[in-house]
Design a protein. Sequence first.
Length: 242
Amino acid sequence: MRSGVIAQKVGMTRIFTDAGEHIPVTVLKVDNCQVVAHRTLDKNGYVAVQLGVGSAKPQNTTRAMRGHFAVAKVEPKRKLAEFRVEEEGLIPVGAELTVDHFVVGQFVDVTGTSTGKGFAGGMKRHNFGGLRATHGVSISHRSIGSTGGRQDPGKTFKNKKMPGHMGVETVTTQNLKVVLTDVERGLIAVEGAVPGHKGGWILVADAVKKKLPADAPKPGKFRIPGEAAAEAPVEATAEEGV
């Protein structure tokens, strides 16, 4: 079980294949997604990695959270989220996950907060059919009808589907295919729609109902700030006499 990433929804577009077919995709941006802390079995009772993304102003961050980020030696983050992993799936604290953590063609599950619709009626909120257009129905064509009966049962049961606040709920969409990854710009394009509005935070993780591709990096694809230059090989030129 690998860690996921925290992304920000950019919007929807489409990508054309070599055959001329277009694929509707949602573009997600991963910017400075770092590991902030570990959750261990001995201390917390479960194993997970805590990720942070976005930059928050220190003056708008509580003293306790500033100390939490100082221990990890990362700047204050706007959004924090945890991903359950196995012991061997832990990623070093301070490491920055990149979009090639996911491979093209694999399936992912995305979680976001749905767009708020305000107060909605039964037809929009629960897909009720409404009343008849004529034959005695006046004014109340979109009403939900009877809710509690008269003498029997004589009350409205709990969890009755009725008009009310719609949206602003945590929604998970499963099995979306990764169509494109752009490491330089930190973009992931997934096929289909993603819950939430533009600019909203999205959690992207490996699909639980699909098999992970064999070429997916484990425990993940990441880089440690300050060590990228050390990993790059130094090539000598012909002018240096080599």
